[in-house]
Design a protein around this ligand. Structure first.
Ligand code: BG6
Length: 499
């Protein structure tokens, strides 16, 4: 880690699940990897009265559960736990911000330098405005180069609420101080899309409408909504996954080659994709998108609840737990190539991937029967469960006759590099403390994603689904999603292809 003056990581929502599941395991692993700045202090803010030791005990348990490295070694933990502090704090209580300011000054005196300060808002978005206003009222936002604020998706509930949140952030902080997290951007294979496309000469020439038939982006989860019913009821699959994670995958897949690895250059090329997305015309929406909600049923021999039976969910809920849509990018490279996006809960597999499906060969000279077993060539960037790249193509089956068979060449991160891949939050928190915004969302892109989805959000809100619940757990979603691609003469990846 490049030398700097130390970091105070102020964690709003220190007792929340994001802190326990993602942030603390990531910080601890950065420490183990020698990537945490020195000196470092985490100042956890939460309403519950706790002391430093109680906070450390909670976090030790959380790290044991959620770190990719499992239970921490005691000596390693002790070396980290010394940096954990707690301040009982109510986001709505103005006096608490004065106490926070005093605590930061005290730390600066103890370190004999003004440290870098990260305000990480791991709190519900409706509290963002209060938090930033009060930080600013205490003057804690000043010093552009030294102070950063971090917010997580979901950034708003629709375009208007995003604009309100963003205006509030921008009123007090400069754009370069604002780090908007979409954790998919920290995933190793997601970043590898750039390496694959632009560090190799052979993919880019065929990465266009002349060779690509369509692109299918799937982020499927086997889990149901669990304890997050309260949050999810207000969100649904379109807002929770498509508006952010799938749009990021789409942009990285479709963007033009950047001129340099400069953060703004990469973010601008992604923005070009957003600008080229074909408007979702209100009259054709039922043919462009499909939604679903899972039923109860059996999964791995266990009875699982329907979405409408989950805690915190209305018994007649219209919230979608599955969303699929067809997008077009109106530019020279992608004209006419459909990008199919789908994401859902309680699906057949935990599977996230970007599949580039190529066109059939222009002339197939093999006898008709020979090709019966072939599938079109495709390049799959796999994000989950394993991280890697698979190339599917046709080969001759060994034997006396000319029979073709689909085969795969596989690159797997773990096997190739013999190391476990850092979790997305590790990459992102390191970049955050380094002040590198490349893997964070720029406001214009978030705004464009909300703007693009607005007609669909409004259409779904105006037309409550008549057929919910409409898919069984352990399947690939509702029939409407199959229809969406079938009307184009195509099909989604079938479960049998998931290896
Ligand atoms: C989050 C969503 O952003 O991403 C969750 O809110 C989802 O609903 C999660 O489960 C998936 O992320 P990952 O890294 O587990 O694939």
């Amino acid at each position: 880690m490049t030398g700097h003056r130390g970091v105070v990581f102020v964690l709003f929502g220190a007792n929340g699940s994001l802190a326990a599941r993602k942030i603390l395991p990531a910080l601890f692993n950065l420490k183990l990897d020698g990537q945490l700045p020195e000196p470092f202090m985490l100042l956890g803010l939460g309403r519950r009265p706790l002391d430093d030791a109680a906070l450390a005990a909670r976090y030790r348990e959380a790290v044991g559960h959620h770190s990719r490295r499992g239970e921490p070694v005691q000596a390693d933990w002790d070396a980290f736990a010394g940096a954990l502090r707690y301040l009982s704090f109510d986001v709505r209580n103005l006096e608490d911000y004065a106490r926070l300011g005093a605590r930061l000054e005290e730390q600066a005196r103890a370190w004999n330098t003004a440290p870098e300060v990260v305000f990480y808002l791991a709190i519900p978005p409706d509290l963002f405005a209060t938090a930033v206003q009060q930080l600013a009222a205490q003057g804690l936002h000043r010093e552009r180069a030294r102070v950063r604020v971090v917010v997580e998706k979901p950034l708003g509930h629709d375009l208007d609420s995003f604009l309100t949140i963003n205006a509030e952030l921008r009123r007090h902080f400069h754009e370069e101080q604002i780090f908007r997290i979409d954790h998919f951007l920290g995933k190793e294979t997601v970043q590898n899309v750039l390496a694959l496309r632009f560090a190799n000469p052979m993919f880019e020439p065929i990465w266009n409408r002349n060779y690509v038939d369509h692109v299918a982006i799937t982020v499927a989860e086997r889990e149901g909504i669990g304890e997050r019913g309260g949050y999810y009821e207000e969100t649904g699959a379109l807002r929770d996954m498509v508006q952010n994670h799938l749009m990021q995958l789409l942009c990285l897949t479709a963007m033009e080659p950047p001129v340099s690895y400069a953060p703004e250059e990469i973010r601008s090329r992604k923005m070009d994709v957003m600008n080229a997305l074909r408007h979702l015309a209100p009259h054709g929406l039922h043919q462009l998108a499909a939604r679903g909600q899972y039923r109860g049923g059996w999964l791995d021999g266990e009875r699982v609840r329907a979405y409408r039976e989950e805690p915190g969910v209305a018994p007649v809920s219209s919230t979608e737990t599955f969303a699929a849509l067809r997008a077009f990018i109106d530019n020279w490279r992608w004209q006419g190539v459909p990008f199919y996006l789908r994401s859902g809960k309680r699906l057949a597999a935990d599977l996230s991937e970007i599949a580039i499906r190529f066109r059939a060969v222009p002339h197939c000279f093999f006898p008709g029967c020979v090709g019966l077993n072939t599938a079109p060539a495709q390049l799959v960037v796999r994000i989950k469960p394993d991280q890697g790249v698979h190339l599917h193509f046709a080969a001759k089956e060994p034997g006396y006759c000319m029979c073709l068979k689909p085969v795969q060449m596989r690159f797997n991160y773990r096997e190739a590099f013999g190391t476990s891949v850092p979790a997305a939050y590790e990459t992102l928190l390191r970049d955050l403390m380094e002040g590198d915004p490349t893997l964070f969302m720029r406001a214009d892109q978030v705004e464009a994603a909300w703007r693009w989805l607005t007609p669909l959000l409004e259409f779904w809100a105006r037309n409550p689904p008549a057929d919910f619940p409409n898919y069984n757990p352990g399947t690939w979603g509702p029939e409407a999603a199959d229809l969406l691609v079938a009307t184009d003469g195509r099909a989604w990846l079938s479960p049998g292809e998931v290896v």
